[in-house]
Design a protein around this ligand. Structure first.
Ligand SMILES: CC(=O)SCCNC(=O)CCNC(=O)[C@H](O)C(C)(C)COP(=O)(O)OP(=O)(O)OC[C@H]1O[C@@H](n2cnc3c(N)ncnc32)[C@H](O)[C@@H]1OP(=O)(O)O
Ligand SMILES: O=C([O-])CC(=O)C(=O)O
Length: 379
């Protein structure tokens, strides 16, 4: 096989159809089931978007009420899952905790071996409802705090923040969090979704596919980039008393040096978007609101300094993980909890793809070109 036939990283290869979302780098747009993600972020709750991704249509008021009731009923941390988390060292990476919890939840599910559409829809909703308690409890236990019981008078986002911080958050903060959940929910055949589809294609079960997807999301080239962005900010140095201009100047110098050293700076670049990520303007607007709310202009300085220096040097734009990192930091999440927040959101997209894959399945099994030793024989 000629070398040019090998599609390293499957770059540019179209492997299947999907009706879940459309990423269009030419128009810099992203549609979930036909709806622009910006409209969904401005006008919908995360629950409505989850319903849309799974069912193909936005819910009626009645459908939404029923859906929300199901989600609220599944929020409590299963005592067995709590025991398993407690058995893990507090130094375990929160993504490992999340992955383990997804696996335990799957093994304990009453429909574990049933992969019918009805069973998968129930499993997806149960996992969606359960994951915030896992993420919230893991952050709390690392701070020596008890789990906080869910509240069924709060929506998904407000309750997530409540269970993490044990305090009700103001609407501006809940809105910014809701926007981040909606923007993270779905993005066609990204690496973790593709992982979920590969696992599903063998006729394995939904929880196995999600567990594998969590593993794929952990890496810094994918979801792990939101955590890595904060490490960059920390390396540059966060100085809350500093002016926006001074912080920007230091960040610019840091970036120029990093690029001279040919470093990859996480939170920038994208396999599909080459002129900017369609979701960044909406998330940047949410970050701006959080910067104003918490009174931290120096973080905007760091953000602007890195962004403009990268643009001037290489023309590479930020991806969604760039504005979410500092947003979650301002809200009070531990840096290592950022990627689990992505998991909690992306469960919706992953499971929509798992169901779509099963609806017209074909085993995913590409070919490789052998370049190892010539045939030889044991002496
Ligand atoms: C939600 C998400 O998962 S979004 C993605 C999150 N990931 C990151 O932020 C990690 C940082 N970014 C990257 O590593 C890349 O941009 C990827 C993996 C996302 C996309 O990569 P690819 O499409 O394979 O592009 P590739 O890595 O080949 O980069 C092309 C060129 O741009 C450069 N480049 C791309 N991203 C970056 C970056 N973040 N920092 C510095 N240089 C970069 C590469 O070094 C390469 O330069 P070269 O041609 O001189 O060698
Ligand atoms: O599409 C990708 O390759 C990565 C990404 O932005 C996502 O999964 O949200």
């Amino acid at each position: 096989m000629a070398e040019q036939d090998i599609k390293k990283g499957l770059a540019g290869v179209v492997v299947d159809y999907t009706a879940v979302s459309k990423v269009n780098p030419d128009t810099n747009s992203l549609l979930y089931r036909g709806y622009p993600v910006q409209e969904l972020a401005a006008r919908c709750s995360f629950e409505e978007v989850a319903y849309l991704l799974w069912n193909g249509e936005l819910p009626t008021a009645e459908q939404l009420a029923e859906f929300m009731e199901r989600e609220r009923a599944g929020r409590a941390l299963d005592p067995v899952v709590k025991q398993v988390i407690d058995a893990l060292p507090t130094g375990s990476h929160p993504m490992d905790v999340c992955r383990t919890a997804a696996s335990v939840i799957g093994a304990r599910h009453q429909l574990a071996e049933d992969s019918s559409r009805e069973a998968n829809m129930a499993k997806a909703l149960d996992l969606f409802a359960a994951m915030p308690a896992v993420v919230a409890y893991d952050q709390r236990r690392r701070h020596g705090q008890e789990a906080v019981e869910p509240r069924d008078d709060l929506d998904y986002s407000a309750n997530f923040l409540w269970m993490t911080f044990g305090e009700e958050q103001v609407p501006e903060v809940v809105d910014a969090f809701n926007v981040s959940m909606i923007l993270y929910a779905e993005h066609s055949f990204n690496a973790s979704t593709f992982t979920a589809r590969v696992i599903t294609s063998t006729l394995s079960d939904l929880h196995s596919a999600v567990t594998g997807a969590i593993g794929a999301l952990k890496g810094a080239l994918h979801g792990g980039a939101n955590e890595a962005v904060m490490h960059t900010f920390d390396e540059i140095g966060i100085r809350p008393e500093e002016s926006l201009e001074d912080a920007a100047a230091r960040a610019k110098t840091w970036m120029e040096e990093a690029l001279v050293q040919k470093k990859k700076v996480m939170g920038f670049g994208h396999r599909v978007y080459k002129h900017g990520d369609s979701r960044v303007p909406t998330m940047k607007a949410a970050l701006d609101k959080m910067i104003a709310h918490y009174g931290r202009p120096e973080l905007l300085g760091l953000y602007n300094g890195l962004e403009s220096a990268m643009d001037e040097a290489k023309g590479i734009k930020p991806n969604l993980d760039y504005p979410t990192g500092p947003t979650y930091h301002l809200m009070g999440f531990d840096t290592a909890t950022f990627t689990p927040l992505f998991v909690a959101s992306r469960i919706t997209g992953w499971t929509a793809h798992i169901m779509e894959q099963l609806d017209s399945n074909s085993l995913i099994r590409p070919l490789s070109e052998y370049n190892g030793a010539e045939e030889r024989h044991v002496p």
